[in-house]
Design a protein around this ligand. Structure first.
Ligand code: ATP
Ligand code: MG
Length: 391
């Protein structure tokens, strides 16, 4: 019989009346992620999603992709068998032969959702345990701490045999929490913040500030590459590249140097918010973490937020850098992030930034600037690119 992939839903199962639309979105996301790999039948029954290849599709690659789909708690490849005990036992011995040959101890767990099946779960376990002990003389039963667990599920349409499940990406299906605009640099933090936001079900729009001629084409490409990586989880991302050199020059020429970074951050917020509104986003997202640098003290963040007319999410606010780096490694953005390309934030950094700026001094410092006009001009010149997930 066939080999398929079984997916268990995550938090989606907690959703009452919205459950159906959550599941539909998840199925759609799964189909989209598998589209390039061939023909798969994807359907949901009793809180489990069945992914069945129609031909000789590569299940290894399919599983690798499904590990990155938000909304899935766990996944496993499984052998589908007829619903009779002989077929199930034979399938278990054959399909799990490599693992069972290598193990010293094992146990069997079983679940029977088809209550018409003649044996109940304990009886299935006992029978399968006996059978496998006979077939694999290397094995002993250990129900407390087995090397390997054989799992047998008897469901409505068929029975399934598999081993340990892999952990899924968790979270909520992308598209079930609306859209958010993430301010993305080429650094370590903002791609992680983007990932965390997508994991809670938000579709991402990305806003990147570039300052040619001070920043290079290559620096912008790095951000695109990062988004393509995050996209293996978040799906396609629309990116806006906003030309920012003129704004930075205006701040530099007209405002006190020690306030430069937060003044720039306030301009970024104004531009990002305009784009976010136009794109139907309900929040802005940054990669800031409390106290990490001068512009991320509580006072500096207050000055930044004062110009934002929509919620600003900072998923990393309470994380240490080592934790952020660990997460960046897990989602495979770290190596790209540490490539040394200039960012618009690093080209004009004041020597002694004010760490506890007051809002009144910010507003006073901005008086020579026409902030609304500067932001409108940037947004009008922003370039739109559609970033597809890196395959
Ligand atoms: P990161 O690793 O994300 O660059 P960082 O610790 O270097 O973070 P800053 O450079 O102070 O921090 O930037 C703080 C946040 O401001 C970033 O996480 C990002 O959300 C936003 N940001 C910084 N530079 C840019 C940029 N060029 N374009 C868009 N957003 C930016
Ligand atoms: Mg940065």
């Amino acid at each position: 019989m066939r080999e398929i992939i079984l997916l268990k839903l995550g938090e989606v199962v907690l959703k009452g009346l919205n459950r159906h639309s959550f599941e539909e979105t998840l199925l759609q996301n799964i189909r989209r992620r598998l589209a390039g790999l061939g023909e798969f039948d994807v359907r949901e029954l009793q809180s489990t999603i069945y992914v069945t290849p129609r031909g000789g599709e590569d299940l290894f690659e399919a599983q690798e992709r499904l590990k990155k789909v938000f909304g899935i708690a766990s996944l496993t490849r499984a052998r589908e068998t007829e619903k009779n005990m002989d077929a199930i036992l034979e399938a278990a011995a054959e399909y799990l032969r490599p693992q069972l040959s290598a193990a010293r101890t094992f146990k069997v767990e079983s679940k029977r959702s088809d209550k018409k099946f003649p044996l109940n779960s304990p009886q299935i376990c006992a029978k399968a345990g006996d059978y496998l002990l006979g077939r694999f003389p290397n094995l002993r039963v250990n129900v407390v701490e087995p090397d390997y667990t054989v799992r047998i599920e008897v469901r409505d349409r068929a029975a399934y045999v598999h081993g340990n499940a892999l952990r899924g990406a968790g979270g909520m299906p992308v598209g079930t929490s609306g859209k958010a605009a993430v301010l993305i640099s080429g650094g370590i933090d903002s791609p992680v913040a983007a990932w965390m936001t997508a994991r809670r079900g938000a579709e991402l729009v990305a806003v990147h500030f570039a300052s040619p001629p001070y920043t290079s084409e290559r620096a912008e490409q790095k951000v695109k590459d990062l988004l393509a990586k995050v996209g293996t989880y978040a799906g396609r991302v629309v990116m806006f590249t906003v030309p920012f050199a003129h704004v930075q020059e205006q701040i530099l020429q007209n405002c006190p140097e020690d306030l430069f970074t937060v003044l720039m951050r306030r301009m970024m917020m104004r531009c990002a918010e305009a784009i976010a509104r136009r794109e139907g986003c309900g929040a802005l997202v940054t990669g800031e973490s409390l106290g990490q640098v001068a512009s991320q003290t509580m006072e500096a963040i207050a000055c930044t937020d004062a110009v934002a007319g929509m919620p600003v999410f900072r998923p990393l606010i309470g994380m240490d850098k080592v934790d952020i780096v660990a997460l960046a490694n897990r989602i495979d953005t770290y190596e790209l992030s540490i490539q040394p390309y200039e960012d618009c934030c690093t080209i004009f950094t004041p020597k002694h930034p004010r760490t506890r700026p007051a809002l009144e001094s910010m507003e006073k410092a901005e008086r020579p600037l026409d902030c609304a006009a500067l932001a409108a001009d940037c947004v009008a010149r922003a370039k739109r690119t559609l970033i597809s997930p890196l395959e």
